[in-house]
Design a binder for this molecule. Structure first.
Ligand SMILES: [Zn+2]
Length: 333
């Protein structure tokens, strides 16, 4: 299949609409599959929280209607040509204001948000559930490291997972290769190939966390932070493979009713996560889902971290990645 031609029809822009009521109707209308879902707190069930992260078929259908107030926003037209990326620096004042409003209200719906073509919703759901079966089979810890080829192999080898069908593989590839600028994510691509993986010899298992860190700089930085801040600090997510990030992103897209812009404001699309090259997330033991909210920045532990001088966060407020403020996400140089 011609990838570029397929891509052209893959994403669809929402029409410009101001006012919550119309948007709300539009969302329901767009997502008949997801329309009758009960309300859940997006930060309790999904987010980036991984320790207790497991989707079941029922949870996957429990998509919450959008939260937050839909704000009228000037429409930014991102480049759809991967060779001419959208430059935030070139925006005029109104566009910058709109951009900042979006990352501050990351869970709100904006008129210019880009949606997955609703025709792909059943495929989105089926593929995500398939990945959930893989994760269930090999366990959360190992799933963090799983490569694309291993994923396919497991599907072939284990009947409880099932072979990945051609349409699912195409879908996964299209999500991986699509230019995320078109839905408002501006972070750079970390992994060029979908088959890129992290060799097991390069990672260290971090006890009591179910997560891994790259040996060397990441592991040393984590240990240093724990030493300086205390044992209240815990690794909440370390190395994440493309497959792991794909699963998180697709689940996020479901949760956002197909709104890819909203999904990518709080989770990097697969291939774009710095978790693939050594970044990691930390939290405070006992702080639960709040570790993945701005509240973490108000803890004594974070205040200490901020004063250490050697710790940098990847997504500060007003960052140019198109991503919300993430005080928990530690940047590797
Ligand atoms: Zn992170």
């Amino acid at each position: 299949m011609n990838k570029r031609a397929f891509l052209e029809g893959f994403f669809t822009a929402s029409t410009v609409a101001f006012g919550g009521h119309f948007m709300w109707q539009r969302i329901n209308q767009q997502s008949p599959l997801l329309a009758s879902a009960p309300i859940i707190d997006p930060r309790s069930a999904a987010g980036e929280s991984l320790a207790s992260f497991q989707f079941t078929a029922i949870e996957l259908k429990s998509v919450q209607p959008a939260t937050g107030i839909p704000l009228p926003a000037p429409v930014i037209t991102p480049s759809t040509n991967p060779n001419t990326p959208f430059e935030v620096a070139e925006l005029d004042e109104a566009q910058v204001e709109s951009y900042l409003r979006k990352i501050k209200n990351f869970d709100a719906i904006f008129a210019s948000d880009i949606y997955l073509d609703p025709r792909y919703e059943p495929l989105l759901l089926r593929t995500t559930q398939h990945l959930s079966r893989v994760e269930k089979h090999i366990g959360h810890g190992n799933f963090n490291l799983m490569s694309f080829d291993e994923m396919l192999q497991h599907g072939r080898d284990f009947s409880q997972i099932g072979k990945f069908e051609a349409d699912e593989m195409n879908f996964i590839e299209e999500v991986f290769f699509a230019n995320p600028h078109r839905y408002g994510f501006f972070g750079k691509k970390i992994s060029a190939e979908i088959t890129d993986f992290i060799p097991r010899n390069d990672v260290a298992k971090i006890s009591n966390t179910g997560h891994f860190l790259l040996k060397g700089e990441s592991e040393a930085l984590y240990n240093q932070i724990k030493k300086d801040v205390g044992n209240e600090i815990i690794l909440t997510s370390g190395v994440r493979s493309i497959v792991k990030q794909m699963h998180l992103f697709l689940a996020k897209a479901i949760e956002a009713n197909g709104n890819l812009s909203r999904a990518s404001r709080s989770l990097a699309p697969p291939g774009h996560s710095y978790h693939g090259i050594g970044d990691f997330d930390i939290g405070k033991i006992g702080y639960g889902a709040k570790n993945f909210t701005a509240d973490f920045s108000r803890t004594a532990e974070y205040q200490k971290i901020a004063k250490l001088g050697y710790v940098d966060i990847r997504y500060p407020t007003d960052n140019l990645f198109g991503v919300r403020f993430e005080p928990w996400h530690i940047k590797i140089a």
